[in-house]
Design a protein around this ligand. Sequence first.
Ligand SMILES: [Ca+2]
Ligand SMILES: [Ca+2]
Ligand SMILES: [Ca+2]
Length: 328
Amino acid sequence: MRIARWTVGLVLLAASAIGAEGDPKDLFAAPVALADAAGVALTTGQAQGCPFAADYNGDGKTDLILGAKLGMDSSRGGIWLIPNKGSNEQPAFAWADGWRVKLEGATELSVGCGCKSSGQVQPVAVDWNGDGYLDLVYSDTYQRAYLLLNDGKSREQPSFKQEVFFDMEKKNHGMYAGGGDWNGDGVLDFLHMTFAGAQFKVFKGTAHGSGGIKFTEGGLPMAEVLKFHGERPRKCAWAWDYSGTSKSRGVIEFVGVAKRAEGGEEIAYYELANGESKKLATLVVPDGQTPLLTACDLNADGKKDLLYSCGLWNNEREKTKVYVMYGK
Ligand SMILES: [Ca+2]
Ligand SMILES: [Ca+2]
Ligand SMILES: [Ca+2]
């Protein structure tokens, strides 16, 4: 009898050890397209959008921030702020509500991405100066990253003062951005992914005041080059403690967009341990092209969600849809 109980205990221990690592696919729900209150999917008139989620108007509901090209035949892009007209649990977004980010003097932000067929606008939002208004940091994925400081004149239709955040190594159409928490302190960092992911360079996020976050200043020489070998995404690498077990297991968990051997691109899950990176799962193969990804908390439940866009279905050019995979 005693021996039998002991055996059962061993089996349970083995099961829980596997459960601690789990299947990365179980960390996220299946993708759903963001939609308006009537359930009509958000379809932008823009190309190659990169979504981020943050409450820019301060009403307690997480909004959508979309960096995108003006069209497939343009090398220029902008950033749009789309307010959440639903709730955090049931967000509602309509493109008609979008506000295109303006600079001082009411000129529209116009980002040079270098080339019409590649180059994107990849934004994140932080309160850089801790004044209670969200600021934006974005990469043009070509030659520079910029800081947009909110002038605090309008919650719903903000305008910004632009500064250079850092100059890139050289002009190249593969200087992608990522983010998340790469040093395990829980604060958002900015990730510069040179030459389609050849190197991962971290501009560490530092929290200050009540809710302020700024990234390492002083330009590229101040970024930390991650020790990184092995399998990797080419763009949009986002690290967070998705499973809640990354620290105890001594790994950095991250997601990113990678090329598929059979063509197209996928969103995959990786783990980095002692400088060695391994892909553990394909999370989703997007149903459109040029997927761009961030990981943030859209429904404000404390679990990081994957937010991605893709476009160009059925030859409908210059359109982007946005999907969320809620963290479970
Ligand atoms: Ca809001
Ligand atoms: Ca601010
Ligand atoms: Ca969430």
